[in-house]
Design a protein around this ligand. Structure first.
Ligand SMILES: [Cu+2]
Length: 126
C-alpha cells in the first residue's frame, strides 16, 4: 500500500513536469521580419493605355506587377529593365522588380509604336 502511494506521487510529478515542459510551445510566435514588405500592382493594358492599381509605392522594395492584356493584340509591360513576355488578349503575365532606391521609373509596352500611342507612364518610388 505504501509502495503504491509513492508510485502514484512519482507519476503525478512526472505529469506535472511534462506539462511545464510543454507550456512554452503553446505560446504564440507571430513576429515577422519588417523587411518582408511585398507589393503587388495590378496592371491592365490595351490599345493604347495602361491602368495601374497604384502608380507609386511608399519606399524602395520588391514589386510584383501583374499585367493583364485587356486589348485585342499582343502587348507586354516593361519597367526598370524587366519585362513580361508578350501576351495575347485575355492573358496575364507577371514581372517582379526590386526597386533599390527612390525615383521615377518609366514603364511602357515594347511593341513598336505602342508606347508612342499611349502605352507608357511613370511609376514612382517615394
Ligand atoms: Cu502594346
Amino acid at each position: 500500500m505504501r509502495h503504491l502511494t509513492i508510485r502514484s506521487a512519482v507519476a503525478l510529478a512526472a505529469i506535472a513536469v511534462t506539462g511545464l515542459a510543454l507550456a512554452p510551445v503553446a505560446s504564440p510566435r507571430t513576429e515577422r521580419p519588417a523587411a518582408a514588405t511585398a507589393t503587388t500592382v495590378q496592371v491592365k493594358g490595351g490599345e493604347f493605355f495602361f491602368r495601374l492599381s497604384t502608380k507609386s509605392i511608399a519606399k524602395p522594395g520588391k514589386v510584383t506587377f501583374v499585367f493583364k492584356n485587356i486589348g485585342h493584340t499582343l502587348h507586354d509591360f516593361r519597367i526598370n529593365g524587366k519585362s513580361t513576355p508578350l501576351i495575347g488578349p485575355g492573358k496575364t503575365a507577371r514581372v517582379v522588380v526590386t526597386f533599390r532606391k527612390k525615383g521615377k521609373f518609366a514603364y511602357l509596352c515594347t511593341v513598336p509604336g505602342h508606347a508612342a500611342a499611349g502605352m507608357k507612364g511613370v511609376f514612382t518610388v517615394r
